[in-house]
Design a protein around this ligand. Structure first.
Ligand code: DGL
Length: 272
């Protein structure tokens, strides 16, 4: 196939930009549509049935408008819940999700003490508990649900100042010591969290590996596109993509700048 693919990247807010950046590195020439459901951000506190219906409605509007070749659900809180519904509704479109990187963390951990830092929604999901049972049975796994970190990451992207003491408090439960062992891997199981990685590294009580799944998701997207006949686009010039915010609010100055750096420009929202 000679044309470039259209890639739709979806999140509740700006966290999906961490995944978008990884995908855009491997597929610079693709046409991108980034959709943030900021009208009802954060997703982490929403009831499962409401969230499934909401994401379905947004996908229906966006798929009709953008006709994507692939959709990336760049949100753990949504992916751990909505993927079966989306795949059933649009069987011809591949959906790549973002789920907690429990497997690589459990494989790499030397202390066999790992933590999963996520939204309260992701922490409560059967999907997350099944991942731990299937891939990390040999580890002590601590699930940490944070109400505050995704909104803090969002504020940071809007150029607002963030409070180190609050971030330190939110990540503190990830760090455990027992019998001479201590946590050595913290899975960043919300796509907003890598936006705060320099803060986490500076505020961590001891050095750990913070596991960001974006590079693995990007490789998966690239692989699926190749399987569908889209040739690699390494070295292509980036095209200007669309950023759509369901709130319809214009991006603040700092955010508009961050979007421009990523070759994204805000467009009006057709979503519900
Ligand atoms: N970025 C989302 C995730 O990966 C969630 C943030 C939110 O609570 O909306 O889980």
């Amino acid at each position: 196939m000679t044309r470039e693919p259209t890639i739709l990247v979806f999140d509740s807010g700006l966290g999906g930009l961490t995944v978008f950046a990884g995908v855009a590195r491997l597929r610079p020439g693709a046409d991108y549509v980034y959709v943030a459901d900021d009208a009802i951000f954060p997703y982490g506190r929403l009831e499962p049935d409401f969230l499934i219906a909401r994401v379905h409605a947004i996908m229906a509007a966006m798929i009709a408008q953008a006709r994507p070749d692939i959709v990336v659900i760049a949100c753990n809180t949504a992916s751990t819940l909505v993927l079966p519904d989306l795949r059933a509704a649009w069987p011809d479109i591949p959906f790549v999700g973002t789920v907690p990187a429990v497997k690589p963390a459990a494989l790499q951990s030397r202390s066999h003490m790992i933590s999963v830092l996520a939204t309260p929604g992701t922490v409560a999901r059967d999907y997350t508990r099944d991942l731990i049972r299937d891939y990390a049975a040999h580890c002590d796994v601590t699930l940490v649900g944070s109400q505050r970190l995704a909104p803090i990451a969002e504020a940071f992207m809007h150029g607002e100042s963030v409070d180190d003491a609050e971030i330190a408090r939110e990540i503190a439960p990830c760090f455990l010591e027992a019998d001479g062992r201590r946590t050595d891997h913290v899975v960043l199981a919300c796509t907003h969290y890598p936006l705060l990685l320099p803060h986490f590294e500076r505020l961590a009580p001891w050095p750990v590996d913070f596991v960001d799944p974006a590079p693995a998701i990007a490789r998966r997207v690239d692989h699926v596109l190749r399987e569908r006949g889209f040739a690699a686009s390494h070295g292509a010039e980036p095209r200007l993509g669309a950023a759509i915010f369901t709130s319809g609010r214009p991006a603040s100055g700092p955010l508009a700048g961050l979007l421009r750096e990523r070759h994204l420009v805000q467009q009006a929202s057709p979503a519900p």
